[in-house]
Design a protein around this ligand. Structure first.
Ligand code: SIN
Length: 573
């Protein structure tokens, strides 16, 4: 890797003592399910006086309607129905994870997840119910052997999560909400690996740069879909949390594993809007340019085969027939508009009626399976820093995520981080507090660069070389390109969020490429054409940390128990 990837500790020069100072017990970075749930747990009042035991700042880079959570169409999985069991949910998750799930992690999330969903039901979440009996409706998606997916308003489960959790956040006095506020970097008193995180330096369009000092910082900044030219993710998913954690010295795990969703709307100029897997669950099927159903000859589960297999079948079909997409035939689904009101609205905006017209679709990057290595309580390997949700890697998803397990993970990990932050807030030896931190960066001697061009080139390179199918040769080319871009981009000082995002994308894109190059096998959602089989020699997690050229590796079941913590509340799992 180019030395600038390692040397660049902060994105901008600053002196902490010269900036406005804000203090809190807990700083939560990220406004999706994991961040909201963490803030709610941390600020939960302790006694009868209704006062929060822990003061929280909840920071979101965008508005709360632009998070990946708010966009989630699929539902949330939990083994709550008769005939289902925690064991079955765990075993389906482990099967999808292709030999890399940390099994203790899976059991913990599945068990705690059922509790967290019951809690949401107590909080009056508006899950879809049978109109006659009033009972909760539970559907099935690819890879699940039981009906355990709960939806809200058909295809708007994420929006309902966001609404309900925001309502609870707003009702808690202990939470200050900072919207449209960009976290540039986590602050550590020293630059060396292991120096504790004490908060973050942030930028707000109205208040400028500020230091937020915290006893505990919880990163819940979501994924990295914008690394790819084609993505289902919102504009804000620019890998910021991963880059912040890496610069602060945390280990990032399993970065090669990026899940691609087979069906996004493919129209020139339109956003790659997700067409939920649930649509295929209701009977829609893929057809090619000749009008043929092609998934039946690819996999016994046909259109409901695992996502990586469907995505590859689509790109293979396009490569052999020409053109730019295939079609999703939804014409046999009765009551499409009622079952999928959000998708129906999007399609109509582009003049497509799913009851009469096949829908043009193409795969796109959807979910970042790897992330910041965390244990049962969301602890990273940097003191003072916790992580939850898509930004974290807990071993739950292994090498491929089972559909509808991500909102569940965000709820469980968010609550666990919130609990840990409460405990840390009342620990009097944890003073948090300001330190004198100085970031000196010399102005670049290289010429001006076109950042818009760099961002678009890197997204195209990731799509071509680190996308649905990879080879060592193409990944090697990409690694060189990243080093070249780093030389002219990471040496610069910028003063606006878009440029900082591009620097973060560059850093994480380089790490994803290195991890995919290192993993000389095909497993889960990582497919190497030059190493088409899974290899026992790679049945391990790869950890990338600042200052190391090659990854540290640990065994399959060693991720979750990173810091020797037993599951959650002192219980072994
Ligand atoms: C979908 O609705 O297809 C996406 C659900 C998920 O990714 O869990």
């Amino acid at each position: 890797m180019h030395p600038l990837f390692e040397k660049r500790r902060y994105l901008i020069p600053f002196r902490s003592t010269l900036l406005p100072q804000i203090f809190t017990d807990t700083l939560v970075i990220g406004g999706g399910v994991a961040g909201l749930r963490a803030a709610i747990e941390a600020a939960r009042p302790d006694g009868d006086d209704g006062r929060a035991a822990c003061d929280v700042i909840l920071l979101s880079k965008t508005g709360f309607d632009a998070t990946n959570t708010a966009w989630a169409q699929g539902g949330v999985a939990a083994a709550l129905q008769e005939g289902d069991s925690l064991e079955q949910h765990a075993s389906d998750t482990i099967e999808a994870g292709a030999g890399l799930c940390d099994e203790r992690s899976v059991r913990w999330f599945v068990e705690q997840g059922a509790e967290r969903i019951r809690e949401l039901i107590d909080w009056k979440i508006r899950f879809d119910r049978d109109p006659a009996s009033g009972k909760l409706l539970a559907g099935r998606e690819g890879g699940h052997r039981a009906n355990r997916i709960f939806h809200a308003d058909g295809d708007a489960t994420g929006r309902e999560f966001q609404r309900l959790l925001m309502e609870r956040v707003r009702a808690l006095d202990g939470i200050r909400v900072f919207e449209n506020c960009f976290a540039l970097d986590l602050i550590t008193p020293g630059d060396e690996i292991g120096s504790p995180v004490r908060g973050a330096i942030t930028h707000h369009p109205k208040f400028g740069l500020q230091m937020i000092w915290a006893k505990t910082t919880i990163l819940a900044a979501g994924g990295a879909g914008q690394l790819y030219r084609e993505t289902t993710n919102p504009r804000g998913a620019t890998a910021d949390g991963l880059a912040l954690a890496y610069r602060a010295g945390a280990s990032l795990a399993d970065l090669a594993f990026v899940q691609f969703h087979p069906t996004t709307l493919y129209l020139p100029g339109a956003n790659r809007a997700l067409i939920s897997e649930a649509v295929r669950g209701e009977g829609a099927h893929l057809i090619d340019a000749a009008g043929q159903r092609f998934m039946v000859e690819v996999h016994e589960l046909a259109d409901l085969a695992p996502r990586d297999i469907v995505s590859r079948a689509i790109v293979d079909r396009i490569a052999s027939q020409g053109g730019s997409h295939v079609w999703l035939d939804c014409r046999e689904i009765e009551g499409f508009a009622k079952r999928f009101p959000g998708i129906d609205r999007v399609l109509h905006r582009f003049g497509i009626d799913a009851t009469t017209d096949p829908v043009p679709v193409h795969p796109a990057a959807h979910y970042f399976v790897g992330g910041i290595r965390t244990d049962a309580e969301g602890r990273t390997d940097v003191p003072g820093l916790l992580a939850a949700g898509e930004v974290a890697c807990t071993g739950l998803h292994g090498a491929n995520r089972l559909a509808s397990n991500s909102l569940l993970e965000g709820l469980v990990a968010g609550a666990a981080c919130g609990r840990a932050a409460r405990a840390r807030a009342s620990d009097l030896s944890n003073t948090g507090g300001p330190s004198k931190v100085v970031s000196d960066i010399r102005p670049s001697e290289h010429g001006e660069i076109d950042l818009v061009d760099i961002r678009s080139s890197l997204r195209s390179a990731m799509w071509r070389n680190a996308g649905i199918e990879r080879t060592g040769a193409k990944l090697g080319d990409s690694a060189e390109m990243f080093d070249f871009w780093a030389r002219y981009t990471l040496d610069k000082i910028f003063d606006d969020p878009e440029a900082w995002e591009t620097q973060n994308l560059l850093m994480v894109g380089a790490l994803v490429t290195r991890s995919a190059l290192w993993r000389e096998e095909s497993r889960g959602c990582h497919k190497r054409r030059d190493h088409p089989e899974a290899s026992a020699a790679f049945q391990m997690h790869d950890l990338w940390r600042r200052g190391r050229e090659t990854p540290e590796t640990i065994g399959r079941d060693e991720l979750f128990s990173a810091s020797g913590v037993e599951c959650g509340e002192g219980r072994a799992c």
